[in-house]
Design a protein around this ligand. Structure first.
Ligand code: NDP
Length: 334
């Protein structure tokens, strides 16, 4: 069974690839350079070219970016589209963030419809960014909720709004494509909030660490030593659970046509700091001393039952996730 995976060198995609191979799928992944592709192959020295190979797609924002590689590729059964910019060091919100996210999604769906009639399902890495109403939260977050951001706000307000807009409009474009084009495949989206977890081999330095794990390194490196907001909280999930959700979303027939709000739950700064102290005490002196922290009230409720019931994901606890993240980062100099 053949899977086409975009952005294979990414933090989440590296774990998706790992699980796909473990589950016996044959994978062709896209990367932006041969150097990145070769690093992935080096991580799996015993696999033949039939089991794992890469193709180069330098920029998913370009019109027809996926046409050539899909036209000349094998008869894929499934596609997992993870590639999308997730960083805040950009100057042009449209060119650098919105276009790759939105045009990349539209472009790959178009190319599949045109050139790969064998594809049965496309799983897209969306985000809680496409759900959240922050800072004006509704009472409950579940898969029925959509971020109300407008395209204009996404081009203007601030970098977080741009990123969130990119995920919102990319996901909307995918559902609209299915509705209008009635293609040969159905779609499922995975919508995680902050993803933490170990980094797999490709990472060369802490400077190129993926965006979400930087929350953990900021604390471990002492950049938040004077922080006074122990009760501030976010939603989070471990990368291995997110990756498994992607693979289950192609394996479980009922997953088609659904969004999956993939989160373990709430994480306060206090929980995060406690988890670092307990699992990797060598960073203890870099951590803020919050003292006694009372009850932490949540600003909203969440319902993650669809992921647990349909995809049978049992979420990893925060201590395991943080401990494993820091252990993996220690290998690149943390
Ligand atoms: P990474 O930055 O590690 O991965 C992003 C991937 O997309 C990389 O492979 C990157 O390639 C590729 N990419 C970005 N822009 C382009 C482009 N213009 N052309 C081709 N490839 C491109 O981050 P994550 O693994 O965290 O993100 C993966 C997906 O998960 C994204 O869709 C992100 O929005 C989503 N997500 C992440 C969350 C998190 O907390 N980490 C939470 C929710 C959703 P390269 O590295 O070579 O630039």
């Amino acid at each position: 069974v053949k899977v086409f995976l975009t952005g294979g060198s990414g933090f989440i995609a590296a774990h998706v690839l790992n699980i796909l191979l473990e589950h016996g799928f044959e994978v062709v992944t896209t990367v932006r350079s041969a150097q990145k592709g070769d690093k992935i192959l080096e991580a799996y020295p015993n696999l033949s070219k039939d089991k794992l190979s890469y193709v180069i797609v330098e920029d998913i924002a370009k019109e027809g970016a996926f046409d050539e590689v899909l036209k000349s590729g094998p008869a894929y059964d499934y596609v997992i589209h993870t590639a999308s910019p997730f960083h805040y060091n950009f100057t042009d919100p449209v060119k650098e963030i919105l276009n790759p996210a939105i045009n990349g999604t539209k472009g790959i769906l178009n190319a599949i419809k045109t050139y790969v009639p064998s594809v049965k399902r496309v799983v897209i890495t969306s985000s809680f960014a496409a759900i959240t109403h922050a800072p004006n939260h509704p009472k409950l977050y579940d898969e029925s909720v959509w971020n109300p951001v407008t395209y204009e706000e996404a081009t203007k307000d601030n970098k977080f709004t741009t990123y969130r807009g990119s995920k919102t409009f990319a996901e909307k474009a995918a559902w609209e494509f299915v509705e209008k084009e009635k293609p040969n495949f159905d779609v499922a989206t995975i919508n995680p909030p902050f993803v933490f977890g170990p980094v797999i081999g490709y990472l060369n330095s802490l400077e190129s660490l993926n965006t979400s794990n930087q929350v953990i390194t900021d604390f471990a490196l002492g950049k938040k030593k004077d922080d006074t907001s122990p009760k501030e909280h976010v939603l989070w999930v471990d990368v291995r659970d997110v990756a498994l959700a992607h693979v289950k979303a192609i394996e479980v027939p009922e997953a088609g046509g659904k969004r999956f709000f993939t989160t373990e739950g709430f994480l306060s700064n206090k929980d995060l700091v406690d988890a670092i102290r307990e699992t990797q005490p060598k960073y203890a002196s870099n951590l803020p001393d919050y003292g006694e922290v009372g009850e932490i009230p949540h600003l909203y409720e969440i319902d993650n039952s669809r992921v647990r019931n349909v995809l049978a994901i049992q979420f990893k606890p925060i201590k395991e996730s943080i401990g494993d993240t820091l252990a993996s980062l220690a290998k690149v100099g943390l």
